[in-house]
Structures are given as structure tokens and as C-alpha cells.
Design a protein around this ligand. Structure first.
Ligand SMILES: [Cu+2]
Length: 498
């Protein structure tokens, strides 16, 4: 419908223009061609002058009117350490180009007025003018040189890479149509290796999971960074050109497929501080949702953003991610809530090359779980609660042989017994209700014995523990599902005294 309307409008406009032409022609044949032309020239000249005045006033007015929305002006001081030097360069460039802009526009329209066609007026012939040519070549050349040199100076100041001894956070942003895939290094502070051949639906970055550095990497949905800490962003692309653009921090760098780029910057203002600086300006004291006049105001809902500054295709506009700058403590809290992408999405799945193999990160995690369960049991007042499950002690099916990975959990127990020299425990074996109850009793007793033997071998005095099998007599939950039966097949210990 809309294209049809536009087409009809265009046809009508064409008809109007043709008709005006015909009327003018008719008028000139009545009044004489030459007189009409002079009259048209005079009006064109006057209207040119009117236009340039209105245009220049409009330019200045709109710049002043929208000042508080523009980066570098009003509340929009740079939120990064290097940002002010870019803003300064921008102002210097604007100063020189602004002068040229005003002078050339005035000259252009003034000349159209002054040298309008008149009866008996002839154009003057000038072959060349050396003085004029020297001036209009030299002045722009000097200004350009000045701008380029100061630009290079700023570039050299902003772009050097981080030194080995510097304290910084490294994160990674990969542009894909149409999204930014973000990666944080995790607790080891190292980003793992990538290989484009490994890219799949669940491994969008092509991370090599056999590289331990990858196993703790995070893929958060937003960029969260502590204030006043240097950040190095690795920037890459998986398909076409994108551009990593953090407007409020004056950070912008192309993301090029196959060529890693980077940008280093230090955020100097938290999101909260930026909101505060916006709150003083009337432009930001309006409801952020026009349909909800009582709701939060624009300054309250402000967020820094990551955008793509390269027109990369149809969905280009949707490449937006929220950036939050917070205090060091808030950053640490946020970081501790993020989970490893590998452990959450890949681990023991079809694409895990390490399926079934115990990882260092898991050993650490299991130890943490053991320690907190132990501490809980140690401080429990009631003897019923003084029980710790040995979740990662496992046996071969139907037998009393420990799996080799069980030693990590048992070593945790050995360590605990050595650290708490007064602690005495009872090791208890339990089974589910599958099979014969008498056999189950025997099996659980021999499993408890195996654990006891292990402790003794590790140098724990035999007087500090007893081992007992309970068979299927003490289920944790009812034996009605596979899952529940697995919970009931367990080894645990009870703290008898400490
Ligand atoms: Cu893009």
C-alpha cells in the first residue's frame, strides 16, 4: 500500500512541475524571455541568502538543542581513562572544520547572490591566480598536518599493548551475525585456545576442551567490569566484519575474521556514577517509558552498551549487549556467580572429549563440597546430623573394589582426620533394596571395610574409626526410582566424637 501511495505522489509532483514549467513558458512569451530570466535570477539570489542564514542558524541551534545527547558534551564526558584525549581531538577537529564549514557556505551562497546573471553582465576571465592557489593549498595542508600529527600522538598513547607485569583483566568478544559472543577467562585468568574447526552448535567459539584453560572459561550475556581496572579486550569475528564499539568509553575497533585485534581501556565511572551525572539534565528527567509516566526516569534506566559499528547485515541493529561498570566488590560477587560454560553445557555430553575422566576443576569442586559438609557436621549439635556423605567414593558394580577416582574423596577424609586429631568416626556402607538382603548386608560391610583399609594404609590409626555395613536397612529415600536407589547406595561416615 505505502509504495503505491509514494508512486502516486511522485506522479502528481511530476505533473505539477510540468504544469508550472508550462505556465512560466507562457508568461515569458507574454512578457519577453530576457526580463523573466533576470527576475528569476534576482529571486534565486535573494532566496540563496535567506537559505544560508536559516541553514546556519538551524545548524547552530540544533547543535545547541541536542548538545546534552551528544558524546563529549553535557553529561557525556568519557567514562574511560583515555576518552578525554579523543574528545579533545574531536573538539580541535570540529573547531577547524567548523570554520571551513561556515566560511564555505557563506561564500557559496553569497557568490550566487552577488554574481547573479544580469543584462549586460559578462563573466571576468582569470586564467589562474598564484597567490590564491598558494593560500588555499597551504592553509588546509598545515591544518591537516596538525590534525594528523596530534591524531597519531593520541593513537600511540592509547594503543600500546599491556606489559607482562601489568595488572589487567582480559576478556574476549567475538562478533557473529548477529550477536556478540563474550568470554571471560574464569578463575585461572587465562583464556583457552580456540580452533575454528571445532565450532558446533554447542561450541560457538570452537574452544578446545582438552585445554584446561578452556574448562573454566565463562560465556556471560553481558560485560561486567570493575571500575578503574585496566581491561584488554580480544576482538575477533567468526563471519564478516564487525566493529566492537563502546561509545561511552570511546572504544571502537574492527572485528576482522582471521585477524585478532584488541583494545585496552580503563573504565573510570561506574554505571551508577554515570546515571547520577545524567540526573542533573532535564533531558534525562523524563519517564523512560512514555506509557508509564510514574515509572523510572531515563537517567535511572541508563545502561552502558556494546554495539556493532559495522553495517554487517540485516540483523546488525540487534548486536547490542549491556555493559555494567561496578565496584571491585560487586565485580567479584558477580564473577563468583558465573558458571563455567564447559561444565554447564559440554561436560559429559556427546561433544565432551574428556567424558568420564575426572578433571582437576572437579577434584577441587568435590573437595569444596566435602569441606563444607564436614564443617556442617562438626558444628551440628545433634548426633543424627553428624553424618557426611562420601559422594564420590564408588565401587565396581556388585563388588567391593574402589574405583580409582575414589581416592580423591578418601584423601579428603584422610586429611580431615589428620587435621582434627580428636575426631573418631564410623564408616557406614549402605545399599539399595535390589537383590538379596543378606548379600546386601555382606556387600555393604565389605565396602565399608575397604574404606577402612584405605584409611589405615594412609597412616590413620585404627583406633579412630570403625567400619560397619547396614545393607538396605537404612535407606535415605524410598527405593522407588533408579535415581532414589542410586542415592541409597552410598558410603558415609558419622562423627562419633571430636
Ligand atoms: Cu556486526
Amino acid at each position: 500500500m505505502t509504495p503505491l501511495l509514494i508512486l502516486i505522489c511522485l506522479v502528481l509532483i511530476t505533473i505539477v512541475v510540468i504544469q508550472i514549467g508550462k505556465v512560466t513558458e507562457l508568461a515569458s512569451s507574454i512578457r519577453g524571455e530576457e526580463d523573466t530570466q533576470v527576475e528569476i535570477n534576482r529571486w534565486s539570489g535573494i532566496l540563496s541568502l535567506v537559505f544560508v542564514v536559516v541553514f546556519l542558524i538551524g545548524c547552530v541551534y540544533s547543535a545547541a538543542y541536542y548538545k546534552n545527547y551528544m558524546l563529549g558534551y553535557g553529561p557525556h564526558d568519557a567514562a574511560s581513562a583515555h576518552g578525554s584525549s579523543i574528545d579533545f581531538l574531536f573538539d580541535v577537529t570540529l573547531f577547524f572544520t567548523g570554520i571551513v564549514f561556515v566560511i564555505t557556505h557563506i561564500a557559496l551562497f553569497w557568490f550566487a547572490y552577488k554574481y547573479q546573471g544580469k543584462k549586460d553582465r559578462q563573466a571576468e576571465f582569470i586564467s589562474h591566480n598564484n597567490k590564491l592557489e598558494v593560500i588555499w593549498t597551504l592553509v588546509p595542508a598545515i591544518v591537516m598536518t596538525l590534525l594528523v600529527i596530534s591524531g597519531l600522538d593520541a593513537w600511540n598513547e592509547i594503543m600500546p599493548d599491556v606489559g607482562d607485569d601489568e595488572d589487567y583483566i582480559e576478556i574476549e568478544a567475538t562478533g557473529v551475525q548477529y550477536n556478540w559472543l563474550l568470554r571471560y577467562p574464569g578463575p585461572d585468568n587465562l583464556l583457552g585456545t580456540r580452533n575454528f574447526k571445532l565450532i558446533t552448535g554447542v561450541n560457538p567459539l570452537g574452544q578446545d576442551w582438552t585445554d584446561p584453560k578452556n574448562q573454566d572459561d565463562l560465556q556471560p550475556s553481558e560485560i561486567v567490569l570493575p571500575v578503574n581496572k585496566k581491561v584488554r579486550v580480544r576482538i575477533t569475528s567468526r563471519d564478516v566484519l564487525h566493529s566492537f564499539f563502546l561509545p561511552h568509553f570511546r572504544v571502537k575497533m574492527d572485528a576482522v575474521p582471521g585477524i585478532p585485534t584488541y583494545f585496552i581501556f580503563t573504565p573510570t565511572k561506574t554505571t551508577e556514577e554515570y546515571r547520577q551525572s545524567l540526573s542533573y539534565y532535564p533531558e534525562y528527567q523524563v519517564p523512560s517509558d512514555p506509557d508509564d509516566p510514574e515509572g523510572p526516569q531515563r537517567w535511572e534506566t541508563f545502561e552502558y552498551e556494546l554495539a556493532c559499528a559495522e553495517l554487517c547485515g540485516m540483523g546488525h541493529f540487534s548486536m547490542r549487549r549491556v555493559v555494567r561498570i561496578v565496584s571491585e566488590a560487586e565485580y567479584e560477587a558477580w564473577l563468583s556467580q558465573q558458571n563455567s560454560y564447559y561444565l554447564g553445557n559440554i561436560r559429559n555430553g556427546d561433544e565432551d572429549p574428556l567424558k568420564g575422566k575426572l578433571l582437576d576443576v572437579e577434584i577441587t569442586q568435590h573437595k569444596k563440597e566435602f569441606t563444607s559438609a564436614l564443617n556442617l557436621a562438626l558444628s551440628a549439635p545433634d548426633s543424627v546430623e553428624k553424618v557426611v556423605q562420601l559422594n564420590y567414593v564408588q565401587y565396581e558394580t556388585g563388588a567391593a573394589n574402589l574405583t580409582s577416582d575414589s581416592r580423591y574423596e578418601l584423601d579428603n577424609l584422610v586429611e580431615a582426620l589428620k587435621a582434627n586429631s580428636n575426631m573418631r568416626i564410623e564408616i557406614a556402607g549402605h545399599t539399595d533394596n535390589v537383590g538379596d538382603a543378606v548379600n546386601n548386608m555382606a556387600l555393604s560391610q565389605s565396602r565399608a571395610n575397604v574404606v577402612a583399609e584405605y584409611l589405615q594404609k594412609q597412616g590413620v590409626d585404627a583406633s579412630r574409626f570403625t567400619a560397619r555395613g547396614y545393607g538396605q536397612t537404612r535407606p535415605l529415600v524410598s527405593n522407588d526410582t533408579d535415581e532414589n536407589r542410586a542415592k541409597n547406595r552410598r558410603t558415609e561416615f558419622r562423627i562419633l566424637s571430636n
